[in-house]
Structures are given as C-alpha cells and as structure tokens.
Write a protein that binds this ligand. Structure first.
Ligand SMILES: [Zn+2]
Length: 159
C-alpha cells in the first residue's frame, strides 16, 4: 500500500470511499453541505480530493498544486477506482480489513468469544478472525462479501 495517502471523496463519487477504505486508506466522505470544507479539509490534512465537480478543479489551491485533486471521469464505480489506482500509481499491497467501511475508523482485533452473540451462527462456526469498529461496533470477518470485494480489487489493480 502507498503509505500516508489520505483521501476526501466528494459525494458525487461516494462509492469510492468504500473501495479506498477496503484498501486500507483513510478516506473521508464529503457530504456536500459546505463547499469550502471540500478545500479546507484537504489543505489542512493533506488529503487528495476525488470529485466529478469541475469547479473544484479550478480552485486556486488545486491549480497551484497545494492540494492534489483528481477529476473522476466515469460514472461507473469500478472504472472510478481503476482511475484512482492508475493516476496515483497505487500499489496492490493494500491492507483490507483495517478501516471501517462505514465510518472510516481504524478497526481493532476482537476475539471469537466476544462476537459469539453478534454474528450469525454459520459465521461463528466457520470464521476465527474478527475485527471490530470502535465507533459503530460493526464486526468484520473474511466472509464471502469480503472475498468478492478483495478479488475484484486485485483484478482492478492488475488492470
Ligand atoms: Zn464503523
């Protein structure tokens, strides 16, 4: 994974947030209530902007290169993540399972015993490794959905 990269994703390309979090990147979702925040946050926190909004690309901080921004071309999420991977030359050594897909918090390892009553019993029977989000308390495990997403990412990464 490309160390230190962090993102802010515009609501018009919101699906990118899940993909990037899946890859282990700290990714903030901009919900669109105050446009100036879309500039201030990346400026302060060194986040790369991902957007389909051409107006943002014309902002001084972007044209001067103080904030890096990528104008996303496609409307289709898989093409979008592929564009990000290619533009930033992200390596494929991503770290799935480290960041909550919903709220962008770093996940913490939890024990099988602790999740016994929180996950479906077929999951409990078949999985031994679990991570928990300290903020929303969602439990993650390497189930079929997770496998499908990582397989897709690997494919996109290899082009
Ligand atoms: Zn969470």
């Amino acid at each position: 994974m490309t160390e230190g990269l962090r993102f802010i994703v515009d609501y018009n390309v919101g699906k990118l947030a899940k993909w990037l979090r899946m890859m282990g990147y700290d990714t903030m979702l901009f919900t669109g209530e105050d446009d100036s925040r879309m500039i201030i946050i990346p400026l302060r926190q060194g986040r790369v902007i991902l957007t389909r909004d051409t107006q943002i690309m014309k902002r001084g901080v972007v044209t001067s290169g103080r904030v890096e921004a990528i104008l996303i071309e496609s409307e289709e999420p898989e093409s979008q993540i592929q564009q990000v991977i290619e533009s930033l030359n992200l390596d494929c050594q991503f770290r799935p399972f480290t960041i909550c897909l919903e709220c962008n918090q770093p996940l913490k390892e939890t024990s099988r015993e602790q999740v016994k009553d929180l996950v479906p019993s077929y999951v409990f029977q078949s999985q031994s490794y679990y991570m928990e989000c300290p903020a929303c308390h969602r439990i993650y495990w390497r189930g079929t959905h997770w496998q499908a997403m990582t397989r897709k990412l690997e494919k996109l990464c290899k082009g």
